[in-house]
Design a protein around this ligand. Structure first.
Ligand code: KG4
Ligand code: ZN
Length: 333
């Protein structure tokens, strides 16, 4: 069975062909990052327009790379949320038109479920149940994946998503958008013990997160240093900020895995590309006999292969109607 996946929820236009749940035949990604860099973040209207310009070309490229034609495709899976509503609508309407003209089923996929299941593409042997940490530019979740369509949210962010905190701190330090990879690189050159930024654990036993406090703490640190005429070392700030955020992410994910007796912990979303997160996660998980699974880099940030793969686990009758609408704030679970 072949599913064509389409993803346009933020600033990547992507199309992919996935065969039988996990075999990626193509995954074509066009990123708009160079367009949004000059604005310091994604401009929704510009994102929608560029999806519109690129979508046909990207879908054609995905079919060609997979060596299949539209008539070979069994169903079309498309992101229906969460995301920027204008951006989601471009992919959704394109997918609807394809499904209607080809008389093929349309599957609406939750973008977060795509991230959550993305490690399945890299690890064919991985099976539910597992614990999952989803860390992206818009979302931060610890979720128990009991089965592929039975997901229980244990905790989420009460304010900023972790990637958003990275991007905002990066802007304070004068790094270009997207800031996550720049902080990752700068932190390697800095002293992570230099500045004692707060670790926000919230109430005892809570799997929720809050990143607005540390974001303000970094802002205040930079502001106060500037006022005193002291030069700041961006590498030290990046390393100290990142350490404070990652310690909390890692310890809560491990605690959840232990509480629910999950041996497998899956980490996905754009921030899963972070090198220090991987180092800390590996060190902590080894202490507790937990196995960690990360998607390969091309499946960490937004991509259509994860949407097609998740499409295999969505009941078409639930979400397959052509009157399906985009849902910009669709939750997980
Ligand atoms: O999953 P994603 O591509 O888009 C959303 O669905 O949000 O995640 C993008 C986020 C951005 O905030 C970006 O700064 C962050 O992932 N990111 C990173 C790294 N690579 C991307 N954050 C920290 N370290 C990285 N290496
Ligand atoms: Zn995403």
């Amino acid at each position: 069975m072949l599913i064509l996946g389409i993803e346009t929820s933020c600033d990547e236009t992507s199309a992919a062909v996935v065969k039988d749940y996990r075999k990626v035949l193509s995954n074509v990604i066009h990123t708009q990052i160079p367009i949004h860099v000059e604005y310091g973040g994604v401009v929704p209207e510009i994102a929608s327009r560029n999806h519109l310009v690129k979508i046909s070309e990207i879908v054609d490229a995905a079919l060609e790379e997979a060596g299949v034609s539209l008539s070979d495709i069994d169903a079309i899976a498309v992101t229906r949320g969460p995301g920027l509503v204008g951006a989601v609508l471009v992919g959704l309407n394109y997918a609807k038109a394809l499904a209607y003209s080809l008389k093929k089923p349309l599957i609406g996929v939750n973008h977060l479920k795509g991230h959550l299941l993305s490690p399945l593409l890299s690890y064919p042997e991985l099976k539910a149940p597992f614990m999952s940490l989803v860390v992206s530019g818009g979302h931060t979740y610890i979720a128990l994946c009991k089965d592929y369509d039975d997901i229980k949210i244990l905790g989420s962010t009460r304010d900023d998503a972790v990637g958003e905190a990275y991007d905002k701190v990066a802007r304070t330090l004068g790094f270009e958008y997207p800031g996550g990879p720049k902080i990752d690189a700068a932190a390697k050159l800095g002293d992570r013990t230099k500045i004692p930024f707060p670790r926000t654990y919230l109430e005892e036993g809570s799997y929720d997160f809050s990143f607005s406090g540390i974001k303000s703490a970094v802002l205040n640190y930079v502001h106060n240093s500037n006022q005193r005429g002291q030069e700041i070392n961006s590498n030290d700030v990046a390393a100290s900020f990142q350490e404070a955020v990652l310690e909390v992410l890692v310890s809560k994910s491990i605690a959840a895995s232990l509480e629910y007796s999950m041996k497998d912990l899956v980490v996905s979303g754009g921030v899963a590309a972070n090198s220090r997160l991987r180092e800390l996660m590996t060190a902590e998980s080894e202490k507790h006999g937990i196995d960690i699974y990360y998607p390969e880099f091309e499946y960490c940030t937004d991509n259509a292969a994860m949407i097609a793969a998740a499409g295999f686990y969505v009941q078409v009758s639930e979400d397959g109607a052509l009157d399906m609408n985009a849902d910009p704030s669709l939750g997980l679970g």
